[in-house]
Design a protein around this ligand. Structure first.
Ligand SMILES: [Zn+2]
Length: 250
């Protein structure tokens, strides 16, 4: 069904007209098309900026709760969609996003450092508790944590722990468990008598160094050192004996 707009005189489909809200039957359409109405309102707003602003403000003042409620509802309603959109944008513009983040961080470095320090101080106990719980609940987490700590000192960020492994965390967990000897389980994983630890078959300390004395990331031998195939479970006491041998070869 088509209808002529009283303003632009164009013949348009009725979908391009708003329903006439004063009509109780709900069947009548406005006499001017949506487009003409929009450009009229825009024109009106531009010519009556102050008036519109004052009107909006007055409306807000008398209907504060309603306005805020509507805002909140609309926010909630479109939340997922918006998050989806943001995510999509980030993955489409990864470089821009990372660069922006980096810039923002470096421009606000002091604020970040202060914020994290304060946050940590104020939540020290819950951090410790969270960490403890996570360690207990997840052997995978403990394995990776222990590797990070041990390798961190030697590798000094030259290569990431998980990258060097050459397998994912779950695989590592199963790989280690498959090598358990009698009596080993996740319950006695740790330091101390009657417990077992994660051991590097070829010791990490034997790594090849660059001329500067750092970890040589290009050395195939070093790559073998951090690879999962160089890891095994070893009784704590055997491991202590082994490292003593390395530190004091005589
Ligand atoms: Zn029109």
């Amino acid at each position: 069904m088509q209808k002529q707009c009283g303003k632009c005189k164009e013949l348009k489909f009725v979908e391009e007209f708003y329903k006439d809200r004063s009509d109780k039957t709900g069947k009548r359409f406005c006499s001017t098309c949506k487009q003409c109405q929009a450009s009229y309102s825009k024109e009106y707003r531009l010519q009556n900026l102050e008036k519109v602003k004052a009107g909006r403000k007055a409306y807000y003042e008398t209907n504060k709760d309603l306005v805020l409620d509507r805002l909140k509802q609309s926010y909630e309603k479109h939340k997922n969609k918006r998050l989806e959109k943001q995510k999509q944008w980030v993955s489409d513009n990864k470089d821009t996003y990372l660069a922006y983040q980096e810039l923002y961080r470096s421009n606000n470095k002091d604020r970040f450092v202060k914020y994290y320090a304060n946050h940590y101080q104020a939540n020290k106990e819950s951090y410790a508790k969270y960490y403890q719980e996570k360690r207990q609940a997840s052997p995978t987490f403990r394995l990776i944590e222990s590797l990070r700590t041990r390798q961190g000192k030697v590798l000094k960020g030259k290569i990431s722990t998980t990258k060097g492994l050459g397998c994912d965390k779950e695989f590592l967990k199963d790989y280690i468990a498959a090598q358990w000897t009698e009596g080993m389980s996740w319950d006695n994983y740790g330091h101390g008598k009657g417990k077992w630890v994660l051991d590097h078959r070829l010791p990490l300390d034997s790594h090849e160094k660059t001329e500067g004395g750092d970890w040589d990331a290009s050395s195939p031998y070093n790559q073998k050192l951090v690879h999962y195939t160089n890891l095994q479970p070893l009784w704590f006491e055997d491991n202590a004996r082994k490292s003593n041998k390395i530190v004091a070869p005589d």
